[in-house]
Design a protein around this ligand. Structure first.
Ligand code: BDP
Length: 637
């Protein structure tokens, strides 16, 4: 049991603990190669919200059977994007129920003609429940936003090659007590107060329940015999890097395989012909976090080449996976990356922006990475759900360390603590680990934010991926700390002088110190201040500082930093500000067009607090790490 380890013991996750995949198939990110093609289906789709009273007309009238425009009026809808903020229609902004998306695709004739080609339809994510049809035939359904799903559609489009390929996706954002996050629908039947059929969706999390197709939809091909999954876990011994790997193959009874690891210059540094094993890299370049090393985020490429033959033909499949070689260890007082203490100085984020909502957007992502680097942030937590895979790829490329969180947020209603909720939560963890297990940047799993029943989840996640530590996020006054004995790192959210003792900055030094001492005293595990902050409406000023002014937000941060500076010399291993940027929430009396705890506005302009944090993070980086060569003058950004 981890909690019994002596304070100096190191819990090591490297070695050759290959994550186990409980799901039938892999979920490799679709990449082009000499054997694989990718066709993005992003852009304008036809769209229709089912506004019928029971929201079920689409199914009753089988809207998937013909062109959507033939069923009734359709509007233009961009993919990827949340649909909520795209139109001027208030009923669509707050719509609950099924919406229907449709577009026709021209499939390359070659893909259809070649029976040895698999054609896969993949949705990066859609919120929340999705059903997918191709030419009126259901091909898949998926429960949950934030994670990808796919279906093989080759045989279907080959049935009648003269027909265009019509893709229909119905998406429902209704949350139930068993969804992640949970929610529930409340009907108001008092006609003296509410119009006919009035209902609301109650949620217990603090972000807008944006809905629609949030990430790319695409078609990709693989040969009939193909690389279905790759798992890597890395380690090193002195100067030798070790890449433990496992390849799983589908569509062939027997196959030959070659795994080649290449350095940045495309030079082969190790290879093997076994489906699993270890690749040894002499004079290894380790993957280091940003600001911890002058040459951070070194990535090798692992090319897996598969050859298989059946009675008809020979298939060759090639898939190349970026691989960062690093280790993660935890002691009772430290978080070690490559055996060196790592201090998280970072942020909590949201996938959230004007107009797009939670829709994937490259300009926003690149801007956010520029801001993270400007700030001197070395890490973030994917509060409160898995982010797009492209974001994790950026983290791998830039050395930004990630605490990867599942959508277990707002689990407050006692009715959400039953077996069906738990079963779904475990399944979501399976999908998350399957998708993100190979990212060097992902150093820890977070099974939930401020949950109530976390024990089983933590144990399950540890069994799924023994190569990484596991945590859940708790709050400072949390009496229900039953999960704490099982986590590897304690993550605490607290809002002293905001939700507790509002306006009283003077309580922070005492309450924060007590918080740390209580948690450490009880569990002797390293602690991350996983959330802290205060709302500030950009442009509101006040001296002396009062709540909601930029000065108050600054003062809260400074008071927290004083305590963090004492405790980081002992067992506090990180601080993540809440939040990177202002974000949209449900309407309510505590929110002024969203949550304003961002140090940047929603438009990504800095508030005064951003400069405080920037100065601090660069100072921490100078104390604890090594700046990359190009950041000779960090403060002149
Ligand atoms: C925290 C929650 C986060 C909220 C934040 C707040 O984890 O989702 O947005 O409070 O209220 O407890 O700003």
């Amino acid at each position: 049991m981890y909690q019994c380890l002596a304070p100096s013991s190191v819990i090591s996750w490297a070695k050759c603990c290959i994550p186990v995949c409980l799901l039938d198939t892999g979920m490799l990110f679709p990449r082009e190669s000499s054997s694989r093609e990718v066709k993005e289906l992003n852009g304008r789709w036809d769209f229709r919200a089912d506004k019928s009273p029971n929201r079920n007309q689409g199914f009753e009238k089988a809207w998937y059977k013909s062109r959507l425009a033939e069923t009734g009026p359709v509007i233009d809808m961009p993919v990827p994007a949340s649909y909520n903020d795209i139109t001027q229609d208030p009923t669509l902004r707050d719509f609950i129920g099924w919406v229907w998306y449709e577009r026709e695709v021209v499939v390359p004739a070659r893909w259809i003609a070649d029976e040895g080609t698999r054609v896969v339809l993949r949705v990066g994510s859609a919120h929340y429940y999705s059903v997918v049809w191709v030419n009126g035939v259901k091909v898949t359904e998926h429960n949950g936003g934030h994670l990808p799903f796919e279906a093989e559609i080759g045989s279907l489009i080959r049935k009648d090659p003269t027909q265009p390929c019509r893709i229909t996706i119905a998406v429902n954002n209704t949350l139930t007590l068993d969804t992640l996050p949970p929610g529930n629908i409340q009907h108001m039947d008092d006609h003296t107060k509410y119009p006919d059929g009035f209902f609301v969706q109650n949620i217990y999390f603090d972000f807008f329940n944006y809905a629609g197709i949030h990430r790319s939809v695409l078609l990709y091909t693989t040969p009939k015999a193909y690389v279905d999954d790759i798992t890597v876990v890395t380690d090193f011994l002195d100067n030798t890097g070790l890449v433990y790997y496992k390849v799983s193959v589908q569509g062939a009874a027997t196959a030959t395989l070659k795994a080649t690891l290449m350095d940045k210059n495309g030079r082969c540094v190790a290879s093997s012909s076994e489906p699993s094993g270890v690749l040894k890299v002499v004079d290894v370049n380790l993957w280091w976090p940003y600001l911890m090393h002058e040459n951070p985020a070194y990535l090798y490429s692992m090319e897996v080449r598969l050859m298989a033959t059946d009675s008809r033909s020979t298939y060759e499949d090639v898939y190349t996976l970026p691989v960062g070689i690093r280790t993660v260890n935890v002691t009772s007082t430290q978080f070690l990356i490559n055996n060196k203490p790592f201090y998280f100085h970072g942020v909590n984020k949201h996938e959230d922006s004007d107009i797009r909502g939670k829709g994937f957007d490259w300009p926003l992502i690149v801007k956010d990475f520029n801001l993270l680097k400007w700030l001197g942030a070395n890490s973030f937590r994917t509060s409160h759900y898995p982010y797009a895979e492209e974001i994790l790829q950026m983290c791998d490329r830039h050395g930004i360390v990630v605490i990867d969180e599942c959508p277990g947020v707002g689990i407050k209603d006692i009715r959400s603590f039953g077996n069906s909720s738990l079963t779904h939560h475990l399944a979501v963890m399976d999908e998350l680990v399957r998708r993100d297990k190979n990212h060097a940047s992902v150093v820890m799993w977070s099974v939930a934010n401020e949950p109530a029943a976390e024990m089983t989840l933590i144990k399950h996640t540890k069994a799924l991926d023994p190569s990484r530590p596991v945590t859940f996020i708790t709050d400072s006054n949390y009496a229900r700390d039953r999960g704490a004995p099982y986590v590897d790192v304690i993550c605490v959210n607290s809002y002293f002088s905001w939700y507790h003792d509002p306006g009283h900055l003077e309580v922070i030094p005492i309450q924060l110190k007590t918080q740390f001492e209580n948690w450490y005293g009880k569990y002797q595990k390293p602690i991350i201040q996983s959330e802290y902050g205060a709302d500030a409406v950009a442009g509101f000023h006040s001296d002396p500082p009062v709540m909601f002014s930029e000065e108050y937000q600054k003062a809260v941060l400074q008071s927290y930093h004083n305590v963090l500076d004492q405790k980081r010399k002992q067992y506090v291993i990180g601080e993540l500000i809440w939040n990177f940027a202002d974000f949209m929430t449900v309407q309510g009396i505590t929110r002024v067009v969203g949550n304003k705890k961002g140090i940047f506005t929603r438009e990504r302009q800095p508030k005064a607090a951003a400069f405080i944090l920037k100065e601090r993070y660069w100072r921490l980086a100078n104390e604890t790490g090594r700046l990359p060569v190009w950041t000779k003058y960090p403060c002149s950004f």
